[in-house]
Structures are given as C-alpha cells and as structure tokens.
Design a protein around this ligand. Sequence first.
Ligand code: GAL
Length: 680
Amino acid sequence: MGRSNISHLRPAGFDTFWFGVCYYPEHWDAETRALDAERMAAAGVNVVRMGEFAWDLMERVEGVYDFSLFDETIAHLARHGIKTIFCTPTAAPPRWLTVQHPEILRQDRLNTELKHGSRQHADYSHPTFREYSRRITEVLAEHYKDNTAVIGWQTDNEIYCHFSDDHSPATRAAFIAFLKEKYAGDIVALNRAWGTAFWAQTYGSFEEIDTPYENRPTYPNPSQQLDYARFLSETVARFQHEQIALLRAANAGWFITHNGVMSKTDYRGLFTQDLDVLGYDVYPFFDTNPTSRPCSHAFGLDRVRAFSGNFIVPEHQAAAGGQAPYFHNAPEPGEMRLFTYRSIARGADSVLYFRWRTCRFGAEIYWCGILDHDNVPRRRYAELSQIGGELKRVGPALLGTSVRVEVAFAEGDYAATEAHLTYPLGLPSEGTAAVWSHRWFFERGYAVGCVHPADNLDGVKLYIIPHWTVFDPAWVPALERFVERGGVLVIGARTASRTLDNQVTAETLPGCLAKLAGVTVEEYGRQNKGDLRPQKLQLGETEVESADWYEVLGLQGAEALATWTTRHLVGLPAISHRKVGRGHVLYVGTYFCNGALFDALWPVAGKLAGVSPQLVEHPAGIEVVVREKAGVELWFMLNRNETATRVPHPPLGQDLVTGTTVDGPCEIEASGVRVVVQRR
Ligand code: GAL
C-alpha cells in the first residue's frame, strides 16, 4: 500500500498536473449549478474534489444509500473533461449516527462530550465509529470502483484541524492498548520510560493508566505526554489505514491522499507511508502580516516536502477566508496567481482552490471561493483562467521534477516537535527558530529547504538543526558521513539533550552529538531580558546580543568561533567550530532567533559550505527556486514587489509562462512570474 520511499526529493508521481477546485454540489440547486462544468473547463480546470462533508446526504437513513447527486455531477463534469477526486465523508458523521451512538463522541480535557452541529466530533479510536467509517468507505469504493471519472480519493478531511486531544473512555482504552503493545506488556519498562518515580506516579498495571490531562491540577508527565502524542498519531494512521485498504481493494489504480498538514500526526510515519501522495492545504493569509507572509508560506511548503516530497494542494486559498471570529484580507489582483506559483515552485504537483463558489449558509458563509454567492464570475475567475491557461504549458514540464535544496533545515520529525510542546520553557519552538532562520536564506535567494535527518542529504551543503531536544542517536552516523564528505553541519543549542522517552539524557550535553561537534556543554540557562543583563557574544568583527538561551561550551577537539563578552560569561566559548574530514561542524550555544546573530553567523556557515544566492546580484523581492530532473532545470522567478523589478543575471532560456525567451537581463512586472527552462 502507498509508497514508503519517503524523501524530500520524491515527486508526487502524477502523469497530469491536476488543476481544479473544491466543489460542493450539495450546497446548490440545479439552476445555479447549470453552468459550473462549462465555466470550470473554460478556465482550464481538469479536476474537482467533492463529497467530504456529505455523508448525511449519501446515507439519509442508516443503510439506505443515495449517491445520485454525485453520480450525475461526476458524469456531467466528465463530459467537460473534468475528473473527480472523491472523499470519504467521515469528518462529519450524520446526526442519526450520533443519536444512535452518543458514545462515539469525543471528549475534551474536562471530559465534556463534543456535540453534533459542526464537525470532527467523532472519536477516531471508537470501535463503533470505526465500523461505520469502514462501512461507508466500502460502499463508496464499491459504488465508484468502475467509474473512470473518479481518479483518486481523499481520506476524511484535515484530521485534527480543530483540536486533537480526546479523553473519551474509548480513547483511554485504546491508549492503554497502544502502551501495552509499545512496552510489550511490561509495566516496569513503562514506569522506567516515563520516570514515574517522580510525584508518586508508579503504575501497578496498564489498566491504571489514564490519558494525560493538562492543568488538572497541574503539569503532567512529559514522557507520558509524548507517548500520548504518538498514540494520537497512531490512532488516525490506523483509522485511515482501514479506509485505504478498502479503497485499494476496490480499485488499485486510484491514488489516495489526505489534506494535511495539521497537528498530532506523524507525517513521516504510517499515516503518510500509506498514501500515494500527501496533501497540504495552503492558506497563506492565516499569516496576517504581509511582510512575513511570503516567508511563512514558503517555509510551510518546504516543511511539507521534508515529510514526503512533492505534494498535492487539495485546498489552496483563492480569496478572503472568514469563519465566525475573523476575516482575512482579500488577496489583491495577481496575488492568488503569485501564491499559486510559490506553491508550485516549492513542490506542489497539483493544485485545487478552495472553493468553487462561496456558500450562502452554514459556518463558513464568508469563506470566499472563486465565484461569489451570486454566481457571477469576477476577477478571481479571470485570474483562475489565466493560471489555468499558463499551467497547460508549465504543468507538463513539472512532472517528475524535485526542488533543489542546498541549505537545509532539519524539519519534519514528530518527536522533536511534540517534545517541545510538552516542555516549552517559554522558548521558541524548534519550528519557529527554523522559520526565522530560513527567512534569512529565502530573502537572499539561496536554494533553501527542509530535510529530515533520516532523509537523503545528497545535494545539501549546509545542514542546520535548530534546537531538537529529542534527537535519535540513530541519525548520527549519516550526519558524520555528510560532514566527512564536505558538508557543513550547524547544531543549535539544546539539540540532543533528551532521550526518545523525553527524559533528559544522562550523557554530558550535547549527548550523542558531543563527539561529532567536539564540545561539551558546561553550563546553560535561560537568558534574561537583554536590557537588564545583556548577554552578548563576539563572532568575528561583530558583537551580537543573543537571545533566549545561553550555553558555555567546553572545547573537546573543537575551537571557539565565538566567545561570550558580558556578565559572568566573559571570554567563554559560545559557538564552536570543528573541522571533520572535508567538512565542518558548528555548535551554536544560543538560540536561532535573532536577526543580528543571523547576519553574523549565516554568512560564515554559508562560506564554509560554499553556498551562495542562486542569482548573481539577487534583486530584493525576487524569489528564486529551481525544480529539476535529469537534464532539465526549471527556474522559477517570482516578483513579489509592487513594482517591476530588473533581474540583471537571470537564467537564459524559454519562459513557459509568457512563451517568450529570456536572452539577457530581464524585467519582471509587479507580481509577475517566469519559469525558465534550461536543458543540460
Ligand atoms: C480547511 C477545511 C475546509 C474549510 C477551509 C476553510 O481547513 O478543510 O473544509 O473549512 O479550511 O475554512
């Protein structure tokens, strides 16, 4: 099932660039729907996604199925050359099911039962809900197995997008079963792994264990919390696995995706290994700051590739989004197109917009689509058509390519992310530190991305691990080889300070990385507010005020690259450098959170690694990404400036967007895009 060769370099495997919209025929009468297929096809749409919230319509009464609306819609779209991705509708079980089986409702941390009336209220671990999930999936799979217009499936919808914890009796029982399996029935092993000697937590049997409750009354055990996070992920992976088995048994030719990326799911684990391609819903306007938005959007895309390579975007923001408490700014003319190309440049192998038409009722009446409530095509439809026309040329060229990455941030590890959440200490997360650091390289046009430490590091020259407290010693040999062969490894403070059980390691820090880095951590602490007791370090010519965290390094084969210059730290090593084989290891005894540090540190690391911006004289506001496969490079240049921008040294070749040739310095219009093909 699925594909287990998970790597950031993996293309999605489609033979077509799917370009489409999320479609909800159940929201509209026949008269309103009449022109939909024709209009979609005219805009270049070749796929729609549907069905994810329509279980109530498909099965109005238990066991009585009616798919006629969908059958007719699928057939009508197919006559216009548009295929369908159908969804298992389990994100919103019908009312008759929760009336009949109230025990399938999830419970929050106050053990309050969730209610029918929105979505995601059913318990993924409840055997009864699982049975109903399998049943509707099987009936749908059987119904559509010979329908050639249905090309693939999305499982459920954004699992855990609203919240993930569940403390229902069924979940507790499933948690106990998960732990029994993990610890092979050995309660002593669990007590050891969780350190239950602290605060009298020792368990006599697995049956005594509960799900961890935050603030009831106070802090829970971080080892228990990490196992609970693993359990929540395992639960939805198994839930999805059952649906996927049924879909594949009906038609092995379908591709299967899920639209993430949310919380409490290990997207490098079984959940994604079961899929043909991971889906990533892209909503850049959740970052309400237009200055950081391009970077947060880009980082999100790079991070998703660290899970499993190129992806499909089952939902791409097309317009202003609003749910009851908020309403995004509207993308200005050209912005939807610019976002789309950013998503494609950084790994989207297909894109569907959310949604075709703004719904007039329900909880998302202001979540706008391509068409407005009144069904009148306006500028968003025109922009869709423009992109659709361009992708007829760009799309086929993208198939089979992957994104070039020379500077990579370690990302995509479930335990690393979850461990921070169990014990944040008021510090930025490893992900936040990566976002800020990534931005420095992104703004300057480096080939920056994200790669998991267990992944293929070929092509990566500079690899940066930002503060991963939980760090698997099994990754170290590959990192050693990476450095021996000439790579530069930068390790952020606190990395490898905890075991896989989320206990502090017994080894001197940085634990399993101490030998490779050639340092020991002799003292550490949270940094005071800079204005009270500034802690500064000297790196080359620059004195930098650092932030959040300090470490004093003992040099065990490394040399000091930077030393502390203030308070009781004066003269002590802050950043170390060790030459290993043809490469280098830097250990940074502070947090990656500070522009001044980046300006001093990243040029040094970049120079050691031999990386530089991809364009000579990189113009500010131009984003550059290369997608490549054997013999072909596609150079994306995106101008996010509000004015035309001159690129003095662009790649030369045919531009697939405009159909013209770039044969020298070129000017890209405001919000303009070029995709230049170079053959080697
Ligand atoms: C996604 C979700 C959609 C819709 C959209 C806009 O998170 O999958 O169903 O809710 O956001 O809010």
